[in-house]
Write a protein that binds this ligand. Structure first.
Ligand code: 3HC
Length: 305
């Protein structure tokens, strides 16, 4: 207790975070907006490419706060305050006076670089830029920045409200004040931060990548996926592999596997069947009956080979 996490610079270097920007208003971004508003108690602005997406993101925060209120997990005052702190805009100009921006947009290097170029055009020279990337190189993301020293990896896990871990990624140019602020912010968010190297998929997703790779490989080789996934349930895993893959998102999971395969070759498997599910717009292998029980629809099985 009181000890600095391994590799964290002196906390005296940390700068205050008084206003947060979240780029993206999808599920991950919305979970982040909720967490930052609730724990840091500072204004949080979400942006996305159109008003409908922005409204959906802000709406998610309101709905989740209402659920916490209904369960008695948050006071009425805190609920009102949290809701009032979160707003949305289609323009990144809304980030002008923010000091910490985190992106959770599509997992593609060119998209993230474009986002950060637009953000850099409106924020101050000391505003911290954080990426929630699962598997892309933070070093590559910093390449074209005017201030590469301000970029840090800040990688959360699904579901953000429940998972205590946060991977903080230092790129070669990330400066100590930025890293110190990242660690202090993690503490204020009540997450356990670990410093990881900027290597493909960092640490946690390397481990998950082996599990997802092996089960999808068995599946592609002809093992009955439904039986296999069910059989793994009692092994002490909090969720079966395919339930977890659906929570993470099939496309995100596939991007992680591709990054790991590119970096480490055949140690990491990229599944053709998983790609077929993604191409067909499936959210996962399982679907839920009205009573909450899980089943695999015939049409999903028909997609697989
Ligand atoms: N969002 C908000 N609240 C949620 C939630 C969610 N997605 N899922 C569950 N909850 C709430 C429930 O409503 C419940 O609330 P209550 O106590 O008021 O009823 C509470 O959390 C507990 O829910 P459960 O009873 O379902 O809890 P479990 O004991 O099953 O635990 C879990 C849930 C912690 C999510 C557990 O299943 C787990 O650890 N699963 C594995 C998650 C994991 O490995 N995540 C990492 C994925 S990798 C990743 O995200 C990285 C990316 O880069 C790919």
């Amino acid at each position: 207790r009181g000890k600095r996490p391994a590799g964290a610079p002196d906390k005296k270097l940390a700068r205050p975070v008084t206003k947060v920007g979240v780029v993206g208003a999808g599920l991950m971004a919305s979970q982040l907006a909720l967490l930052f508003a609730r724990q840091l108690k500072v204004p949080v602005i979400m942006t996305d490419i159109d008003q409908a997406r922005v409204d959906k993101g802000v709406g998610y925060v309101h709905t989740e706060v209402d659920k916490l209120l209904a369960k008695g997990r948050i006071s009425p005052d805190a609920a009102n305050r949290t809701k009032a702190l979160v707003s949305g805009s289609v323009s990144k100009a809304a980030f002008a006076d923010a000091d910490f921006i985190i992106e959770a947009v599509f997992e593609e290097l060119s998209v993230k670089k474009q986002v950060f170029a637009e953000v850099e055009a409106v924020v101050s020279a000391t505003c911290i830029l954080a990426t929630n990337t699962s598997s892309l190189s933070v070093t590559a993301m910093a390449e074209d920045l005017a201030h590469p020293e301000r970029l840090v990896g800040f990688h959360f896990f699904n579901p953000v409200a429940l998972m205590p871990l946060l991977e903080i990624v230092r790129a070669p140019k990330t400066d100590d004040a930025v890293l110190a602020t990242a660690f202090e912010t993690a503490k204020a968010l009540r997450k356990t931060a670990v410093l990881v190297k900027d290597a493909a998929a960092f640490v946690v997703n390397r481990i998950l990548g082996r599990m997802f790779g092996e089960i999808t490989a068995a599946f592609d080789e002809g093992t009955d996926a439904v039986t296999a996934d069910n059989a793994l349930r009692p092994m002490g895993l909090p969720m079966s592999p395919f339930t977890l893959l659906a929570l993470v998102g099939l496309p995100v999971g596939q991007h992680v596997q591709e990054s790991l395969h590119a970096a480490f070759g055949d140690r990491f498997y990229v599944s053709a069947n998983q790609q077929r599910l993604i191409d067909a717009g499936k959210k996962g292998l399982w679907e839920k009956n009205d009573d909450g029980s899980q089943f695999v629809p015939e049409e999903t099985l028909a997609l697989l080979s």
